[in-house]
Design a protein around this ligand. Structure first.
Ligand code: EPU
Length: 433
C-alpha cells in the first residue's frame, strides 16, 4: 500500500491549480444515463472514485472512456441493464447516484445498498422516500435497493430535509429522476451545495426544465427526453480549501488558481477570522500570504452555504497550532473525528466532547507515522505533516487518491518535501525536490 513520506517545516510557495470537483463529477457522470446521445465532460479529475463510476456505468450499459484530450465521453449502448452490483458499490458510496437516473430513464433500478462508513452512519432513507414520493415502488431485499418506476407520476411535493439538513446526493437522485417524470415536481429542502447546482445546470443543458436552481425549492417540469451535451465540471472547492489550509499551516505564500471564490465564502470568512491573510489577485485565484500563528476560533459545520464538513478535519489541523483554544462542532456527521487520535500522536491537544472537539493550540506538531481511514482525514494529516517538525509518514494514501488528483505532485511543485512510496515494493529513495 502506498504511503507519503513528508519532511515537514517547509513554507509552501508558488502557484497551484485546483482540479475539477469529484463530488460534482460523480452525479454528473451518473446522470449521463438519462441522455439520448453522447455526453462529453470536461475537467473531470482522474481519480479512483471517477474510475469506479466509469466501471459502474459500464455495468449499466453506458460506454464511458477518457479521450486523449482528457475529456470523458459517455454513450448509452445497452439501456436494458439496471443492476449496480455490490462488488463495485461497496468500494464507493457515491455509487448510489445511479439510482435516480436509472429510475428516471429506464424506470427500473437495482442498486446494491451502500454499506457502512468510517465517518458515521450514512443512511439513504431520504433518497428512498424521495423516489417513493415520485411514485416509484421501492423495496430493499437481499442487500439491494429494487426500485420500480413503471408508475412514476412525478407531479408532487418531495421533502428532502433530514436530521442533519438536506441530503446532497439524495437531491441529485430525486432531481435526476424527476426531470423525466410526468408533471411538475416540487423538491423542498433541496441541498444547495454548488455540486447540486452543477448537476442541475447539466440537466438543463440536456433539455431539462428546472427552476429555483441554487435555492432549497426546486420546480422540475418533466420532459419527454434529454439529449447529450458537452459540459465542464466546476472546480473543487474542497481541494482549494485544503490547499489554502496547507499554505497557512506552513506560513507559506501560495496562489491557488482555478477556484470559484463565490462558493467558498464560509471557509474564507473563517480564515479571515483566524487572521490568515487571503487576497484575491484574480477572479478565479486566491493567495495566502505568510502570517503568524492563527487565532483560535469556533467552527460549526453546516449545510451549504455554511462551513463544509469536508473541510472540518483540515481546519481543525490548522487550529491545532492556533494561539489559544478553539471549538469545532460537527453538525453533518457527528462522528467524523477519526483524525483526532492521529493528530494527538503528532502532539496536538484535542479532546472530543460529543459532536464537538476542543482544540488547545500548541506551538508546533511533530512528525511521526500516522494513518487515517477516510479521504478528508488523510488530507488533514498531509496538511499536518507539511508543517510538522521532522518526518511524517501518512499510511494508506489510497484514501487521498479517491479525491485529490496528483496531490503530491502539486504540493511538490510548491516546494513541499513529499514523496510517495510503497514499502512492500521499493526501497526508500531521496525526498523530492
Ligand atoms: N442523511 C440521512 N438520510 C439520508 C441521507 C443523508 O439522514 O437518506 C444524513 C446523513 O447521515 C448525514 C447528512 O444527512 O448526516 C448529510 O448526508 P448527505 O446525504 O448530504 O451526504 P452525501 O450526499 O452522502 C455528500 C458528499 C460528502 C459530503 C456530504 C455533505 C458526495 C459524493 N459526497 O455525501 O463528501 O461530506 O455530501 O456535504 O457528494 C467527501 O467528499 O469526503 C464526502 C464524504
Amino acid at each position: 500500500m502506498d504511503q507519503f513520506v513528508i519532511e515537514g517545516g517547509v513554507p509552501l510557495r508558488g502557484e497551484v491549480t485546483v482540479s475539477g470537483a469529484k463530488n460534482a463529477a460523480l452525479p454528473l457522470l451518473a446522470a449521463s444515463i438519462l441522455a439520448d446521445g453522447p455526453c462529453h465532460f470536461e475537467g473531470v479529475p482522474d481519480l479512483r472514485d471517477i474510475r469506479t463510476m466509469m466501471r459502474i456505468l459500464g455495468e449499466l450499459g453506458v460506454e464511458a472512456e477518457r479521450l486523449e484530450d482528457g475529456t470523458i465521453r459517455t454513450e448509452v449502448t445497452d439501456p436494458d441493464r439496471v443492476r449496480a452490483p455490490y462488488e463495485l458499490v461497496k468500494t464507493m458510496r457515491a455509487s448510489i447516484c445511479v439510482l435516480g437516473p436509472l429510475l428516471g430513464r429506464r424506470r427500473r433500478a437495482e442498486v446494491s445498498f451502500p454499506g457502512g462508513c468510517v465517518i458515521g452512519p450514512r443512511p439513504v432513507d431520504l433518497h428512498l422516500g424521495g423516489m417513493r414520493a415520485l411514485g416509484a415502488r421501492v423495496e430493499v431485499a437481499d442487500g439491494y435497493i429494487a426500485a420500480d418506476g413503471s408508475g412514476l407520476t412525478g407531479g408532487g411535493d418531495v421533502y428532502l430535509g433530514g436530521p442533519f439538513g438536506p441530503t446532497v446526493t439524495g437531491t441529485a437522485n430525486v432531481l435526476s429522476a424527476a426531470v423525466l417524470s410526468p408533471g411538475t415536481t416540487v423538491i423542498q429542502s433541496a441541498a444547495c451545495e454548488p455540486e447540486v447546482v452543477d448537476l442541475a445546470r447539466f440537466l438543463v443543458a440536456m433539455g431539462a426544465k428546472i427552476e429555483g436552481i441554487g435555492s432549497p425549492t426546486l420546480h422540475v417540469r418533466g420532459v419527454e427526453r434529454l439529449t447529450g451535451c458537452r459540459y465542464r465540471v466546476i472546480s473543487d472547492r474542497i481541494e482549494a480549501g485544503t490547499l489554502l489550509c496547507a499554505a497557512a499551516m506552513t506560513e507559506g505564500d501560495v496562489t491557488v488558481r482555478g477556484v470559484d471564490p463565490g462558493t467558498m465564502t464560509a471557509p474564507l470568512a473563517v480564515l479571515a477570522r483566524m487572521g490568515v491573510s487571503v487576497e484575491r489577485p484574480d477572479e478565479d485565484a486566491l493567495r495566502v500570504r505568510p502570517g503568524g500563528r492563527p487565532k483560535p476560533l469556533d467552527i460549526v459545520t453546516l449545510p451549504y452555504p455554511g462551513f463544509p464538513t469536508d473541510l472540518q478535519a483540515q481546519f481543525m489541523t490548522l487550529l491545532s497550532v492556533a494561539a489559544g483554544n478553539s471549538f469545532v462542532t460537527e453538525k453533518i456527521y457527528p462522528e467524523r473525528f477519526i483524525h483526532i487520535s492521529e493528530l494527538q500522536r503528532m502532539g496536538a491537544h484535542i479532546r472530543k466532547e460529543g459532536p464537538t472537539a476542543i482544540v488547545q493550540g500548541v506551538d508546533h506538531l511533530s512528525g511521526c507515522p500516522v494513518m487515517a481511514s477516510d479521504l478528508r482525514a488523510s488530507a488533514a494529516l498531509v496538511v499536518a505533516g507539511l508543517a510538522a517538525r521532522g518526518t511524517t509518514t501518512v499510511e494508506r494514501v489510497y484514501h487521498i487518491d479517491r479525491g485529490y488528483e496528483r496531490i503530491e505532485e502539486k504540493l511538490g511543485a510548491l516546494g513541499a518535501r513529499i514523496r510517495r512510496e510503497n514499502p512492500a515494493r521499493e526501497p526508500a529513495g531521496a525526498l523530492s525536490p
